[in-house]
Design a protein around this ligand. Structure first.
Ligand code: BG6
Length: 290
């Protein structure tokens, strides 16, 4: 089902047999909504978000590609999140697990002449967004080098989870890992605590994590599980009070209700030889906690 938002941007709506749903925009290939079968929204979208391209929407799951943050010469987080993607009606076959029992859509971004001027590497980026019967959401990215020379890229699924109160949230799975702290010139530290909790701004890239991370929301009594493949790093970001005030499309108090935890490949960029393809997969699910 393809609809147009009020700015004329195409959006695909996926719904499973139980009534869970996912909405994905052709602008940026960005997931804007992920709802349970009870209609509960699981992703954060700012009340101040602008939905007018080319700016990425503040919330949902923008895709940072081919650069993360300002680690390179491109615009912040790369250009993929600002581009118009198209639906891919004839995608090359994927692993059956990416289709079986799922409702899905395939999107495609190809390097345009304009992209090639700022990043001279021909690529095809295929994104499958799939909603399973149990309500879990999988994003599978396939990035192919269609050029005659190698290139390297970084990628992050910049996932804004909706949380009831950031002070009551705990992230597990990052214990004892090294991380680069964006608030300290990307200096490298080692995580000491049992689990990550939040009482001030956090902007980190955890390195080489295990493939499952859990985000516990005590007040909501629910846990997000993040399973990832091909994405060794995990970004954790909450702007807290002061930084929020400096972000025009984020309400001053909204940092309390969001937490970004991204499956990513940042520290060691991925290199593709001509004709080579890389696959990365992120699976998000939610379970009640007692
Ligand atoms: C985070 C970065 O992942 O994204 C932060 O580590 C940045 O430094 C944040 O502020 C939001 O970025 P943007 O470009 O969407 O405002």
């Amino acid at each position: 089902e393809i609809a147009k938002d009020k700015n004329g941007v195409g959006q695909v709506l996926l719904r499973n047999l139980r009534g869970a749903s996912v909405r994905v925009s052709l602008h940026g290939g960005q997931v804007l909504s992920w709802k349970t079968d009870h209609g509960e929204e699981l992703l954060f979208i700012s009340s101040k978000a602008t939905f007018k391209p080319p700016t990425a929407v503040r919330g949902g799951i923008p895709i940072c590609f081919p650069q993360f943050g300002n680690r390179g010469s491109l615009e912040q987080h790369g250009f993929a999140r600002n581009k118009m993607w198209v639906t891919d009606d004839n995608p090359p076959p994927l692993h059956p697990n990416d289709s079986n029992g799922k409702t899905f859509t395939d999107l495609l971004l190809k390097s345009s002449d304009e992209d090639l001027k700022i990043w001279p590497h021909g690529f095809e980026f295929r994104l499958r967004v799939a909603l399973a019967f149990d309500g879990s959401l999988t994003l599978t990215s396939r990035i192919r080098n269609v050029n005659c020379k190698p290139f390297s890229f970084s990628i992050a699924y910049h996932t804004y989870f909706s949380v009831s109160d950031i002070s009551e949230v705990r992230v597990e799975g990052l214990e004892t890992l090294d991380y680069l702290d964006n608030l300290c010139n990307r200096e490298r530290f080692t995580e000491q605590g049992d689990a990550l909790t939040f009482e001030s701004e956090v902007d980190r890239v955890y390195l080489s994590s295990s493939d499952v991370i859990a985000v516990f929301d005590h007040e909501k009594k629910r846990t997000f599980l993040i399973k990832k493949e091909g994405l060794p790093d995990v970004v954790v970001w909450n702007p807290w009070e002061k930084k929020s005030k400096a972000i025009a499309d984020l309400g001053d108090e909204e940092y309390k209700h969001m937490l970004c935890v991204d499956g990513a490949a940042i520290e060691k960029p991925i290199t593709l030889k001509p004709g080579e393809e890389w696959t990365g997969r992120l699976e998000l699910s939610v379970t009640p906690t007692s």
